[in-house]
Design a protein around this ligand. Sequence first.
Ligand SMILES: Cc1cc2nc3c(=O)[nH]c(=O)nc-3n(C[C@H](O)[C@H](O)[C@H](O)COP(=O)(O)OP(=O)(O)OC[C@H]3O[C@@H](n4cnc5c(N)ncnc54)[C@H](O)[C@@H]3O)c2cc1C
Length: 479
Amino acid sequence: MTTKNGNLNDGREVYFSGGRLSDLTSDPVFARTLSVIQRYYKLRETDASMSFPGIDGTSISKLFLTPHSASDLSEKRAVYEKIARESFGMLGRTPDFIDTGIAVLPHYADVLGADGRTDYAENAKQWAKMVRRQDLFVSHAIQNPQVDRSRGLQDLLDAGEEFAGVWIKEEREDGVIVRGAKQVNTLAPFADQLLVFNLPGLSIEDSKFALAFWLPLNAAGLKVVCRKPTFRAGSLADHPLANAFDEMDAMLIFDDVFIPNENLLVCGDVALSNAFFGASGLFVHTAHQDEVRGSVKLEFATAIAVRLAEKLGLTEFTRVQEMLGGLTVNLELIRAAVLASELTGHFEGEVFTPNMQTLLAVRVSLTSYYDEVLRVIAEFSSGSAVGIPDFSQFDNPEISDILKSSLSSPLISAEERALLLNLAWDVTHEAFGQRQRTYELLHGGNPMFAKIDHWRNTDLNSGKEMLDKVLQDARDYKD
Ligand SMILES: Cc1cc2nc3c(=O)[nH]c(=O)nc-3n(C[C@H](O)[C@H](O)[C@H](O)COP(=O)(O)OP(=O)(O)OC[C@H]3O[C@@H](n4cnc5c(N)ncnc54)[C@H](O)[C@@H]3O)c2cc1C
């Protein structure tokens, strides 16, 4: 049973809409989202450029290609783009996100070391091999619940807060029992396996929380508690995005879950837990996928804005032209920066690694560029989108003719106009659109931290040299 073959009924505990789902694939929300995720596996079957031959001749997904050059990164980009286009960028955590990081994990794994319990480095290498061989969909959970951000995790646990993070409740010879929670894991209900780890920031007292491990979705005691759906009553014509791409998020509850030694990648070592995301290669390679996916979504949203302007007769206004130009400039910069991240990459051992500074700049910019395009779409369309009736009225003989006549224009038919405005409404106003907006703002952490990180790591030496020179020239000046 894997995501690839679409059978998710492996005993996993998924809670949704007031109950536990006994058959994930029979629920309409889940069935549609699963079908979108599976498009990746279908592409793999039909598009030879999605794969490469392994040493034994088997076909391996290009997600698992270890990049050795800028051109390898560009080949991987083409794969991310194809996958993203299947959902117009609306599914952020498709299998390519974490899997592309797992591709490079064996090259970085030695940093994880070994201790009396297990060989973490070897565990990582063996796990990466399994994921690659079976083309598994791994989803990830990092962020701890917002119990009280002003306090440390151990401090909270001492105060009885058992679900402020995931912690080692009991150590056994063959593994550990973990308890606790992770606050959000996108697409978790659909994945084959979960990768659980921490962001940097644990303090020395938090060693019980210093964990990185993988587990299958049907691990005993793991509860996947889904948020409310963004799926709406009505047809796909009424909600072209909301009813097709509800990328389900879920809270994970670990109710005494056994993690065998061989699934552990970090256990009890605070320094390694803090280093894990960066030192495993996962951060930078998943960021490459993430920014490519983000650029596809920005392209899609920009196209909506332009189509609206054209079909609502707005393109003659200079102000509108300037707004559209602003959007296309943003898109151009993002596309160029993604390319630059590949071309200015560097070797880390034998892995050719994209430029993280450039990717961080893309990530931060996308948070505001996506917001900007939504504002433009809303400004162009909201007034008339809010008045669009449900699509079935076009078939109501009492009103159909007059409705078609009143909603049509020389630029667009009534039904086409309704479709376009419904699309605009979904992406800007619906719960679906608001969740997408929040996703772009926060899925990579608060952009504040990314900006601080970027500034700290920027090489401004040549700028500072110019500054020193102009100051020196001024000092040396003699009238
Ligand atoms: C739609 C969506 C999907 C997501 N999917 C996933 C997923 O699949 N897997 C996953 O692991 N995570 C996921 N996330 C979680 C994401 O990682 C977090 O939302 C993000 O890291 C921000 O953390 P937080 O929301 O817990 O905010 P917090 O860390 O609680 O911060 C809240 C606010 O408090 C302030 N603040 C907090 N700490 C500081 C500080 N040190 N200094 C100054 N100000 C501070 C800031 O204003 C900050 O924005 C998702 C989030 C969203 C919205």
